[in-house]
Write a protein that binds this ligand. Structure first.
Ligand SMILES: *[C@@H]1O[C@H](CO)[C@@H](O)[C@H](O)[C@H]1NC(C)=O
Ligand SMILES: *[C@@H]1O[C@H](CO)[C@@H](O)[C@H](O)[C@H]1NC(C)=O
Ligand SMILES: *[C@@H]1O[C@H](CO)[C@@H](O)[C@H](O)[C@H]1NC(C)=O
Ligand SMILES: *[C@@H]1O[C@H](CO)[C@@H](O)[C@H](O)[C@H]1NC(C)=O
Length: 715
């Protein structure tokens, strides 16, 4: 119900209410009226009566029920094309769908002259939707689709509200493809769109229409174009050539021509193409026999070529003598184009430069350093040629050969080494050896000629081969001396044993031993040797295990003078006393007593064995003496074969005591003046070294030799 209809209903109800209010009430009757009744004046004026309200049916009191006015039929009560609507106590009319009331109100009641007339729905644009075409009908309308549109979801005609059908623009979609043709252009895919086809590349149009049109039914129509493939047939041929062809004669196919071996193309192009026109596009190819002519000349090279200048022929290049290959291609080939490929060989003149410098040499050279030249080396002054090649050659590889000449310094004659001889030598080496009887402790035996031209002498030192102990001797009957034979730094230990013996004294043994350790090569060892003894001295060099022995004898010593006290006697038979010296050489010593008359000059030689023999009165072996002896001069007895003759009265005598040591030919003695007997006129004193004493005595001295002593002691 629209606004208009609602307003109509409101107005109607308002009128009813106004009526009711105007009626007024009479009690009694009116009060009994049904709610849907009104109290009316009776027609006859006799009171009130309850009448059901308009639209209600009943007795007015107990019931007033709604009356369905529409029951008689809408067309009867409301008119054609209407709908009757019963309401509580009333009714109203509306038009059927597709009709509109002539009063332009939503609802109406029939008797207001309103009628329902057909609505032309097609007056409303767009009712049928996009592409739809509206057709009005009595009370309704229907839709169909315009040209270029098609119904969807239903069939035509359709009602847009009832049906789900709608119009949609025709879409032919992609134009249908045409064999061997391509779509050149298309105006769209909607109705009446036009697609133009053309033949595919390589195809030509034979017949038919080249266009296609989108029909109302959404289908493309037409394009009956018939395209036929281009066929160029068999390609043209050229003399002296062959073709590379894939056997297709379709458009665009290319045929490549190649001149046969030995020929080359002097024309233009070598490709034939199958054109759209169905013809081979022909190159102006022309194969002519190929010849490369004379090969390229390269500086400093020579060629090996067989004079063939046809393709495939080769030229070999190599460097001229005296030139070296610095790289690059050395082959040129006559190619199909009739051209020699360019060789890149580069050759450079070979130069050896300056010849090598060799020690101690000079050389002879013509100054040219190209291959084949030579340099001759020689040894400089002061050097001699030892060995090796002395010629250097500039070789073809640009180097001087290295001569191995060796020049050695001249050292001159072989060096001298004392006590040695040369075993072997050449100009640079000498081998020495000690001569027989000599040896070397240490040191090299090779002398080498140094580079400075001087011999580096062998360090060998030759020493006479001697026993470890040599030059042994005894000096002064006291000390032994010897020379050691050893390496200078060595220490040697010497054992010295010495044995003394005496023929005259069997019991005598002097056995002693000494040790000595020394590095010295000259040794001295002083031994306390006893006199008149034969000694055997053995020296052993312990490390060298060498022993040598020397014998020596010590000489007889002067016997010590006996200890006496000089006395003067007045008696012809004086008794004298002596003390024996303990270290006399007993077995060979004796005492002699001399009695010399004091008359004139007396000569007495103490050293002489024979001297004054006639004056001996007694001879006593020392061993018979003990420590002390008393001797009486002139007792008339024999002592040692000498007669102790009694002294003559009135004569003066000197008594001399002599100690004598004698062995073999040696004799040593010492004398003392023992006593003077009877009156004496002078006294004699003899000193070994002729130092004359004074002591108030006159001494008459006869000196013979010096191995005697006279002691004088004043009592
Ligand atoms: C289509 O065919 C017509 C007549 O046959 C011609 O004139 C026109 O050029 C053709 N169009 C194309 C694009 O080939
Ligand atoms: C001498 O001999 C030595 C050793 O055999 C040898 O090395 C050297 O080359 C020789 N010298 C000479 C000049 O012959
Ligand atoms: C020493 O030896 C020699 C020779 O054998 C001998 O004649 C001499 O009497 C000896 N001397 C001593 C003191 O034994
Ligand atoms: C010993 O002494 C005598 C003379 O006294 C001497 O002739 C001799 O050569 C010495 N030597 C030996 C080993 O006897």
């Amino acid at each position: 119900m629209d606004q208009r209809n609602r307003t109509m209903i409101m107005v109607f109800l308002l009128c009813v209410i106004v009526d009711m209010l105007a009626e007024g009430h009479t009690l009694d009757v009116c009060a009994t009226c049904h709610a849907n009744a009104i109290c009316d004046d009776k027609l006859d004026g006799s009171g009130k009566v309850c009448n059901c309200k308009y639209g209600f049916v009943g007795n007015g009191r107990t019931y007033c029920q709604d009356k369905d006015e529409c029951a008689i039929g809408a067309s009867r009560i409301c008119g054609h094309h209407t709908i009757c609507h019963n309401t509580f106590g009333s009714y109203y009319c509306t038009c059927l769908a597709g009709y509109s009331p002539s009063n332009n109100m939503e609802v109406f009641i029939p008797n207001d002259g309103t009628h329902c007339q057909d609505i032309d729905e097609c007056g409303i644009t767009g009712l049928c939707g996009d592409g739809g075409r509206c057709r009005n009908l009595e009370g309704s309308f229907e839709c169909s689709c315009q040209l270029g549109y098609q119904v969807h979801n239903g069939v035509e005609p359709f009602h847009p509200h009832r049906d789900r059908a709608f119009c949609k623009v025709v879409d032919c979609g992609r134009p249908a493809s045409v064999e061997d043709a391509v779509l050149l252009s298309v105006t769209g895919t909607t109705y009446a769109s036009v697609a133009i086809f053309g033949c595919d590349e390589g195809f030509v149009r034979r017949s038919g229409d080249n266009s296609s049109v989108c029909g109302a039914d959404g289908q493309w129509r037409g394009a009956t174009i018939v395209c036929e493939a281009v066929d160029c047939g068999f390609p043209p041929a050229f003399n002296h050539s062959h073709m590379l062809w894939n056997k297709s004669s379709r458009m665009g196919t290319e045929v490549l021509y190649q001149c046969n071996s030995g020929y080359h193309n002097v024309g233009m192009g070598n490709v034939s193409t199958c054109t759209a026109a169905g013809r081979w596009e022909t190159p102006s190819m022309l194969c002519e026999e190929t010849l490369c002519g004379r090969p390229t000349i390269i500086e400093n090279t020579e060629q090996v070529w067989n004079n063939n200048s046809s393709p495939g022929s080769t030229v070999l290049y190599f460097c001229k003598e005296g030139f070296s290959n610095k790289g690059g291609h050395n082959v040129s080939i006559c190619n199909e184009n009739g051209q020699w490929t360019s060789p890149t060989l580069s050759c450079q003149e070979i130069l050896c430069g300056d010849p090598p410098i060799l020690p101690h040499t000079g050389h002879v050279w013509n100054g040219s350093s190209t291959p084949g030249n030579t340099v001759t080396y020689y040894c400089k002054i002061g050097f001699y040629y030892s060995e090796g090649e002395n010629i250097s050659l500039c070789t073809s590889n640009g180097y001087w050969t290295k001569p191995n000449i060796s020049c050695k310094a001249k050292c001159g004659p072989v060096p001298f080494l004392a006590n040695s001889e040369v075993v072997w030598h050449n100009r640079s080496v000498v081998i020495h050896r000690c001569v027989d009887g000599y040896h070397s402790w240490r040191g090299g035996n090779v002398s080498v000629c140094g580079s400075s031209g001087l011999w580096q002498k062998a360090t060998l030192s030759c020493i006479e081969i001697k026993p470890a102990i040599n030059h042994l001797f005894v000096l002064n009957e006291k000390c032994v001396y010897w020379k050691a034979e050893k390496y200078e730094e060595d220490t040697e230990v010497y054992k010295v044993t010495y044995t003394g013996s005496r023929d005259y004294q069997r019991s005598f043994h002097d056995n002693r031993k000494r040790f000595l350790s020394s590095k010295a090569d000259r040794l001295e060892l002083c031994l306390n040797l006893l006199p008149a003894t034969n000694y055997s001295i053995s020296i052993t060099a312990v490390s060298a295990r060498f022993t040598t022995t020397i014998t020596t004898n010590t000489s007889l010593t002067v016997p010590p003078a006996p200890v006496v006290y000089y006395r003067e006697f007045e008696t012809p038979v004086p008794t004298l006393r002596l003390h024996r010296t303990p270290d006399t050489l007993d077995p060979i010593s004796l005492y002699q007593v001399f009695v010399l008359p004091v008359e004139g000059i007396i000569m007495f030689d103490c050293s002489s064995a024979a001297s004054s023999l006639e004056h001996i009165t007694a001879q006593i072996a020392v061993r018979h003496v003990g420590t002390q002896m008393d001797f009486t001069v002139g007792d008339g007895l024999y002592y040692g074969g000498f007669f102790n003759e009694p002294l003559e009265n009135g004569r003066n005598y000197y008594i001399i005591l002599r100690a004598v040591s004698q062995w073999k030919m040696a004799l040593k003695s010492s004398c003392v003046l023992w006593a003077k007997v009877r009156g004496t006129s002078y006294i004699l004193r003899v000193s070994s070294l002729s130092a004359f004493a004074s002591v108030g005595l006159v001494a008459l001295v006869i000196l013979i030799g010096y191995s005697f002593t006279w002691f004088f002691k004043k009592t």
